[in-house]
Design a protein around this ligand. Structure first.
Ligand SMILES: Nc1nc2c(ncn2[C@@H]2O[C@H](COP(=O)(O)OP(=O)(O)OP(=O)(O)O)[C@@H](O)[C@H]2O)c(=O)[nH]1
Ligand SMILES: [Mg+2]
Length: 327
């Protein structure tokens, strides 16, 4: 499915809490609200967001700290609109980029009607998870504990995890075990959220899926392939900027001009690869994903540049879109 993308020039939607300033007429009894998806890195927040929306909106990878920004995903059905917030994994931040990421995640709590705290069944439930629950409790918002990735563990281990989750998640509305990847238990979570949402209006038009710009979504598709194809520091030292999109209909290819920024010349060498092979692999895979999103052929121009130490430099961070104004 090709998600309808938020159009910043649309007068029905404007800054602050996205869309909240101009409300769309809705019938009595309509329910709505903001639901933030929180948890440590790699627990499956973005996978769950995509499942809840029935479309690929957020990028996913097997490596932690994939998501860097808060991403709104809107689910509209008769009588109900849920505005989900996918968030970066909460971790101990070292660089300015990581501080931005954690702020994005923790900041979402204040905007939420309900928080969903995810933990992964293939990892032990520990201090990091406890930290997330404590932040939610502090904010005094209702929360649901989700044990994700249950497809990865034996039933006996599940029992032990479940008991631990009960202790860690004291005060939760409910606990739900699910597999976002295998789409098992996700409808139970949805039903629970709907039951606890307050009555309220639609915040977004029914066909809106996200508040994120097309440029943002396209940049993320390149970053996803960098995470997929490179190792060690490179995924974390990479950022993508889309300079230009010329979107076409029908047979003509859309043109996307993008820059992949890395932190130093040696990373540039690796990401380009021998005879440009690595960059070609990243570009080809990203282009295929872009073609699904745009529903046209895509011509992708992808350049690599060095933005020295960008993760530590607030000015560079802003240039690459890691700024609170972008929310
Ligand atoms: N087996 C299994 N894998 C899952 C499940 N949910 C997510 N994953 C995998 O877990 C990895 C991380 O998923 P993401 O959705 O990127 O996790 P995240 O919490 O958004 O990660 P960050 O953005 O880094 O915080 C990916 O390889 C997913 O395919 C699940 O239910 N079962
Ligand atoms: Mg994510």
């Amino acid at each position: 499915m090709n998600p309808a993308v938020f159009d910043p020039s649309d007068p029905t939607l404007s800054g602050g809490i996205p869309g909240a300033s101009r409300l769309i007429a809705t019938p009595p009894g309509h329910r709505s609200g903001y639901v933030t998806l929180l948890g440590r890195p790699n627990v499956g927040k973005s996978t769950l967001l995509n499942r809840l929306l029935g479309t690929k909106l957020a990028i996913v990878s097997g490596k932690p700290q994939t998501t860097r920004n808060r991403i709104v995903g809107v689910r509209t059905e008769p009588g109900c609109q849920i505005v989900f917030l996918d968030t970066p994994g909460i971790h101990k931040p070292k660089e300015a980029l990581n501080r931005f990421m954690v702020k994005e995640a923790l900041g979402s709590i204040a905007d939420a009607d309900i928080a969903v705290v995810l933990v992964a069944a293939d990892e032990s439930i520990g201090k990091g998870d406890q930290f997330v629950v404590e932040r939610v409790r502090e904010a005094e918002i209702p929360f649901v504990m989700v044990l994700n990735k249950i497809d990865l563990v034996a039933p006996t281990k599940l029992q032990v995890l479940w008991e631990k989750l009960h202790r860690v998640g004291q005060g939760a509305l409910d606990l739900i075990a699910l597999s976002a990847l295998k789409d098992s238990g996700v409808s139970a979570l949805l039903a629970l959220l709907k039951a606890h949402l307050p009555e309220g209006p639609m915040f977004y038009p029914a066909d809106t899926v996200t508040d994120r710009s097309l440029k943002f979504l396209l940049a993320e598709l390149i970053r996803e392939q960098v995470f997929e194809h490179t190792r060690e520091e490179l995924p974390y030292a990479s950022a993508v900027h889309i300079a230009e999109v010329d979107r076409r209909d029908g047979e003509e290819p859309s043109v996307v001009k993008a820059t992949l920024a890395v932190e130093n010349p040696s990373q540039k060498g690796i990401v380009i690869g021998k005879k440009g092979e690595m960059l070609k692999r990243i570009g080809t895979a990203a282009r295929r994903e872009m073609e699904k999103l745009l529903e046209t052929k895509v011509y992708l121009e992808l350049h690599v540049e060095v933005a020295k130490g960008w993760r530590r430099d607030p000015k560079e961070l802003r240039k690459l879109g890691y700024t609170e104004e972008e929310i």
